[in-house]
Design a protein. Structure first.
Length: 313
């Protein structure tokens, strides 16, 4: 299995437990009593209870944190990625199985917890799954200046140029995030403060994702502009005098810390997929890159405008 494919597969494995938790909540959430057991004595009798909504929200939040940390470890190529994945997966397994046991006991009243306790112990081994799938080692980090420059073509005219880029993946993530927020608002009523905080946290994320789902790259006498098509606001603008070098290269999400709008020391990028990208070096020395399938066409046009500005044409 290719390196990048295994990274995607490991990320997918991290989403299985959150999906299972959501399905279980949709199936059983409405049938749970107001309070559910969270601790049992040696005989299997529940001796501690917590409000079902509070317990579920707590499990969901910690589960989300564990999942996000695991995904960031993959996207940003953290040192010891497999360790992070094992820890995130283990936490996922324990959380989901513990909630499942509490839900089963609350719904059925069973006191035979032998098999269920074993399930919690075994579920901790889930961390081995994403850790095993993820490849060993990390590819070399790539800077914008690593992009191979497109040979200068004197025949390329300095004429306005634009192209539109669409990312079904980013759009799907935006929709999924919106659906998660909607499901939380519908299935967890009566927790106004919790839901308000969740909405305030997720709404900006959804807006940014929608903005990156489809954008237009434009080049003219004013310079380089990247604008969101769906939202309508400019993502980045670079006047010609701010651009020292323009080239076409390849973006690899793992080498820029993942997908989306990436900010790293001395460089930034809009990364929506692995593949061609327009890369510039600014007069300040910082670098910027944007995913663009037609980067081979865009780079010569941008250089033509840069040459015209220098020559005074």
């Amino acid at each position: 299995m290719a390196h990048e494919t295994r990274r995607w597969a490991a990320a997918g494995a991290l989403l299985i437990m959150p999906a299972a938790f959501m399905i279980l909540w949709i199936m059983w959430g409405a049938d749970l009593p107001d309070r559910v057991p969270t601790h049992f004595d040696a005989s299997g009798t529940a001796d501690q209870f917590v409000a079902a909504v509070t317990y579920t929200v707590t499990v969901a939040v910690v589960l989300a944190i564990a999942t996000i940390l695991g995904l960031i470890a993959i996207a940003a190529s953290w040192t010891g990625e497999r360790f992070w994945l094992a820890g995130a997966g283990m936490m996922q397994g324990i959380l989901v199985s513990a909630w499942l046991v509490s839900a089963v006991v609350a719904r059925t009243g069973t006191e035979d917890l032998g098999g269920w306790v074993a399930l919690i112990l075994v579920s901790a081994a889930w961390g081995a799954v994403p850790a095993f799938i993820h490849p060993q080692g990390r590819p070399r980090r790539m800077h914008a200046s690593d992009g191979a420059a497109v040979p200068s073509d004197p025949a390329v005219p300095a004429e306005p140029w634009s192209d539109t880029v669409t990312s079904p993946l980013i759009a799907a993530i935006a929709v999924m995030t919106a659906v998660v927020l909607a499901v939380m608002l519908i299935l967890i009523p009566g927790e106004g403060a919790v839901m308000l905080i969740a909405a305030l946290l997720l709404a900006p994320v959804i807006l940014i994702l929608v903005g990156l789902a489809k954008y237009r790259v434009s080049i003219d006498e004013r310079g380089l502009r990247i604008s969101s098509v769906y939202v309508g606001f400019p993502l980045r603008t670079f006047p010609l005098e701010d651009i020292a070098r323009a080239s076409a290269g390849e973006l690899v999400p793992a080498q820029w810390g993942g997908w989306g709008w990436r900010f790293l020391p001395g460089r930034s990028a809009i990364v929506i997929r692995r593949g061609p990208a327009l890369m510039i070096e600014r007069a300040s020395g910082s670098e910027f890159a944007v995913s663009l399938p037609s980067a081979d066409d865009a780079a010569p046009v941008l250089r033509a405008y840069m040459a015209g500005r220098v020559s005074g044409a």
